[in-house]
Design a protein around this ligand. Structure first.
Ligand SMILES: [Zn+2]
Ligand SMILES: [Zn+2]
Length: 115
């Protein structure tokens, strides 16, 4: 049996055989989940700039014969938090800011993830 040590969380009187008492163990696991969330964000930024390099022109403007540089990767089918839809590149389209804004105003009135 290992001797119990005080919880590493500052000011916590709890004893533990690990690093933190049960309560703070859960808390610190939660911290790691948050940093994973940040990784997701940078993964999207990388994927987005790669996609815009491959699709540099706004597809909507192109349909009307205009050549406008795209700056937004839009989800054709709104993902609404669905990871599979979110990362499905066949569901992505390059849009300029104008087209994206007017699409957001006319088509999807539900909450969109903004990056
Ligand atoms: Zn503790
Ligand atoms: Zn456009």
């Amino acid at each position: 049996m290992k001797p119990k040590k005080p919880c590493k969380h500052p000011g916590c009187p709890g004893l533990t055989s690990g690093k933190y008492c049960e309560e703070h163990e859960a808390l610190h696991r939660g911290d790691r989940a948050t940093s994973t969330g940040r990784g997701y964000d940078s993964r999207w930024r990388r994927a987005r700039s790669r996609f815009l390099k491959a699709h540099p022109l706004c597809v909507r403007c192109q349909e009307q014969g205009r050549l406008v540089k795209a700056s937004v990767v839009d989800h054709i089918v709104p993902h609404r938090g669905d990871e599979k839809l979110f990362w499905d590149e066949s569901n992505w389209q390059a849009l300029c800011k104008n087209c994206h804004d007017s699409k957001t105003m006319t088509e999807d009135r539900y909450q969109e993830y903004r990056y």
